[in-house]
Design a protein around this ligand. Structure first.
Ligand code: NAD
Ligand code: UDP
Length: 311
């Protein structure tokens, strides 16, 4: 039995990861400061003797003995990571240093949940891992983008300098049940608005694109990455390469929920990337992984979830 630390374990992706790691017979420590996560996401695990919940902030060191660390702690939605930008950078940078220090001391493998945001507003489309990105270092998204980029740098420096066993994955927009209704990201916003009969808010002209991955697929990719041999460090893109405009997403949500909501257009947000689609050849070759759940099916499950919690 492996003992595994999941930082950000009470968040959207972290809680699904805890579920899967426990189902595979591991001992799981879920660390979270509940900034955007919630006990509600893991409440069903509290009776499991192989599950422990640790209220902690990863900007401070933590001493636990583990075999693997999944470092997911960081607010991921623009409204939440911009709420306290300095804290967001601290979480990415100090959090990475603390988790890498822990991995160095315990000789644990450590996986970093990096992001497609490291590509910024990309000039190369679709985005392969070799692309270095086009990121504004001083804008309102920089606290997140540059924080995550610096965390990647730290991961590779600890690997080169201290032989820490690292795994870096770049996650593209992922959605599903347990996103917070006020999370602010596009899929949850549109579904919640549709279910409440409110107008659907598109920022800008809606022609910007994203490629949406269902959470179960993503979690399978994270675990496959952790289980690779020590020579595999990444970075590896994880995401669903089917690209949609935000307007198409709005129309699909309207159709699938049968809502009477209309669409309203709001001003574009600053530094909003115009297009995003992962090249996933590496994930296919190295991890034997590719997403299985297409947008319509994933949206159906997510709509069912929000319908049940909004009642
Ligand atoms: P989320 O906001 O639901 O989860 C983040 C979790 O981290 C929350 O439980 C939050 O309380 C916790 N947290 C934040 N700061 C912390 C701190 N200082 N100490 C301890 N815990 C802290 O978001 P998510 O979508 O589940 O994202 C999880 C990870 O995956 C994040 O690192 C995010 O950057 C990365 N990621 C997610 C996506 C996506 O589309 N979902 C895309 C790219 C990267
Ligand atoms: N978006 C939108 N309406 C919303 C929320 C988001 O039009 O209510 C747009 C946003 O401007 C961006 C895209 O949807 O172009 C994805 O936004 P999200 O915050 O989900 O993720 P990210 O920008 O980090 O990819």
């Amino acid at each position: 039995m492996k003992r595994i630390l999941v930082t950000g374990g009470a968040g959207f992706l972290g809680s699904h990861l805890c579920d899967q790691l426990l189902a595979r017979g591991n001992d799981v420590i879920c660390l979270d400061n509940y900034f955007t996560g919630s006990k509600q996401n893991v409440i069903h695990l509290l009776d499991n003797p192989y599950f422990e919940l640790l209220r902690h902030d990863i900007t401070k060191p933590v001493y636990v003995e583990v075999d693997e660390v999944y470092n997911l702690a960081c607010p991921a939605s623009p409204i939440h990571y911009q709420y306290d930008a300095i804290k967001t950078i601290q979480t990415s940078v100090m959090g990475a240093i603390n988790m890498l220090g822990l991995a160095k001391r315990t000789k644990a493998k450590v996986l970093q949940a990096s992001t497609s945001e490291v590509y910024g507003d990309p000039y190369v489309h679709p985005q392969p891992e070799e692309y270095w990105g086009n990121v504004n270092p001083i804008g309102i998204r920089s606290c997140y983008d540059e924080g995550k980029r610096c965390a990647e740098t730290l991961f590779f420096d600890y690997h080169r300098q201290n032989k820490v066993r690292i795994k870096v994955v770049r996650i593209f927009n992922t959605y599903g049940p347990r996103m917070h209704p006020n999370d602010g990201r596009v899929v949850s916003n549109f579904i919640v608005q549709a279910l409440k009969g409110q107008d659907i808010t598109i920022y800008g002209d809606g022609m910007q694109t994203r490629s949406f991955c269902y959470c179960d697929d993503l979690i399978a990719g994270l675990i496959a990455m952790m289980n690779t041999g020590d020579s595999v460090t990444g970075p590896i893109n994880l995401g669903n390469p089917t690209e949609f405009t935000i307007k198409q997403l709005a129309e699909l949500v309207i159709e699938m929920t049968g809502t009477k909501s209309g669409i309203i257009y709001k001003p574009a947000v600053s530094d909003d990337p115009m297009q995003r689609k992962p090249v996933i050849d590496k994930a296919k070759q190295v991890l034997n992984w590719e997403p299985r759940v297409q947008l319509r099916e994933g949206l159906m499950r997510t709509i069912e979830y929000f319908d049940s919690i909004l009642k």
